[in-house]
Write a protein that binds this ligand. Structure first.
Ligand SMILES: Cc1ncc(COP(=O)(O)O)c(C=O)c1O
Length: 484
């Protein structure tokens, strides 16, 4: 038997569209979008989910958001064009990005779309554009400079102090008192995008509390409540289950304990100590266990940076947030109460990963299986890292399986590292040692699960002349199977 996905035989799809191949399940995307909307209804908060187009920008996929009644967050004039083409109406758009082009501002102002100003310097540029068009532009001010610690990988953390995005939050009170300096701007609220793959609720609660304080101040200075608070995206996907995640951490700790006393070549099994073939990470990297900057010693208690599992994935984290408590005016108060006090602003969230992440898988052909130069078991595929992603926005750890002969399993899973087909050693598709249900053989079809966000599109390139893999959207009951 072959692996079915979205109700279709994946091996047949591979035969029809070739390998490597990215698949998307339209039903799952729509369900995910609706799940976010339902959280607002249940909490009694006026909210709007805006799909973050960057997570996967095919117009057909944005079109699912349009049909589900959600909005879109766009980060360039090109994403804006795709969103409009897909049927998102201007009042449901949020215009994002830093270093925005003049053409992008021009169109945003013309459409009357909500613009997230990256910094007060952008207020000057929006003011000039809006004055030129004799319009008033609705604007959110993007904030950063929050003390949140290490909540995700550095490259996808966008609200700290070392960050190209946002107006430092501490400077906003002073800025608000000069707001009349921009007469063609209607500053209706604030925006923060903490980062991507935020696996816990605490950073959201902290940011929400600080935004509520600003909303309070805004009312005092401007004389009316804020209209919108936008908490950005970042809602996480669990790439592995809780057990795998815990056991990975235990194995990394154990590997370090067993290996570090023997910095040379690892001893043989005969001496009863770890073999190379038992390493769980490539080059014995310690993952999120990092050296303490003060002592230089690895902190084995805390996983710092991006985590690959969340107890509250996707919209469940939003639900926890809206049912949670924040520090407001010196007291810990329920979010719903605080919302009432600050005048019921519309709450925008911009999930990307949480909408498409678990709605996509990637199939690739197993080309070879061999021990690498250092003895590590390696599976190679006909898929380069560039058409899968890079560690910048994708996790390094995924769940893997095989698409053909799913009933054929070995007594024990086959655990290996996975490499692609590009001409550099860095072309590793898994630097964590992952499990296949049996030892793959050349010709088998490997499946990488939950690759729908960023992985197939963000860094896609034709490195080494390989063509881009096909991407197929499966919409059972509404148009069937379509290459996008
Ligand atoms: C402003 C903004 N909103 C939303 C998102 C989407 O983040 P995620 O895919 O983690 O939900 C991003 C991602 O970079 C972003 O920059």
């Amino acid at each position: 038997m072959n692996l079915p996905w979205a109700g279709i035989d994946t091996v047949k799809l591979a035969g029809r569209f070739g390998l490597p191949l990215h698949l998307y399940d339209a039903r799952r995307i729509t369900d995910n979008l609706q799940a976010f909307q339902s959280v607002f209804q249940e909490a009694g908060i006026r909210g709007q989910a805006c799909y973050a187009v960057k997570a996967c920008g095919f117009p057909e996929i944005i079109g699912l958001a349009a049909r589900a009644g959600t909005g879109a967050d766009v980060a360039s004039e090109y994403e804006l064009a795709a969103a409009l083409e897909a049927g998102i109406t201007p009042e449901k758009l949020v215009i994002h990005g830093n270093a925005k082009s003049a053409a992008y501002f021009r169109q945003a102002v013309k459409l009357g779309a909500l613009i997230a100003a990256n910094h007060h310097t952008e207020l000057d540029r929006i003011e000039a554009e809006a004055a030129g068009q004799r319009k008033t532009a609705p604007v959110l001010l993007r904030l950063s400079g929050f003390d949140l610690g290490s909540v995700t990988a550095k490259g996808i953390f966008t609200a700290g102090h070392w960050c190209k995005f946002g107006e430092p939050v501490a400077r906003v009170p002073a800025l608000l008192s000069h707001i009349r300096q921009w007469p063609h701007i209607d500053l209706i609220g604030f925006h923060v995008h903490i980062g991507s793959q935020i696996t816990e609720v605490e950073p959201y609660l902290k940011v929400m509390g600080e935004m509520a304080e600003l909303a309070w101040l805004y009312r005092e200075i401007v004389g009316r409540p804020v209209g919108v608070l936008d908490l950005g995206g970042g809602f996480p996907v669990s790439y592995v289950d809780g057990r795998t995640w815990k056991s990975l951490q235990i194995k990394i700790r154990r590997q370090a304990r067993e290996i570090h006393p023997h910095p040379g070549p690892p001893p043989s099994r005969g001496r009863g100590i770890t073999l190379r073939s038992e390493y769980v990470t490539w080059e014995r990297m310690t993952g999120g266990f990092r050296p303490d900057p003060e002592t230089g010693k690895i902190d084995w208690q805390h996983w710092s940076g991006e985590k690959f599992y969340s107890a509250d994935p996707q919209e469940k984290l939003l639900a926890r947030l809206l049912n949670g408590k924040v520090l407001f005016q010196g007291k810990v108060e329920r979010v719903t109460k605080v919302w009432e006090w600050i005048g019921h602003p519309r709450l925008i969230v911009e999930p990307g990963r949480a909408i498409v992440g678990d709605a996509g898988i990637t199939l690739a052909r197993v080309v070879d299986v061999y021990p690498a130069a250092g003895g590590q078991p390696l599976v190679t595929l006909d898929l380069g890292i560039v058409n899968h992603g890079t560690g910048l926005v994708e996790p390094d750890l995924y769940s893997w399986t095989l698409a053909n002969d799913v009933d054929r399993k070995d007594r024990l899973p086959f655990r290996a590292f996975v490499a692609g087909r590009l001409c550099f050693s860095g072309d590793l598709l898994s630097r964590y040692r992952i499990s296949f249900p049996r030892k793959p053989a050349p010709g088998d079809i490997a499946v990488i699960e939950k690759t729908g966000a960023y992985a197939p599109t963000f860094f896609a390139s034709r490195a080494n002349g390989f063509p881009l893999p096909a991407t197929v959207l499966i919409s059972k009951g509404q148009g069937g199977i379509k290459m996008i």
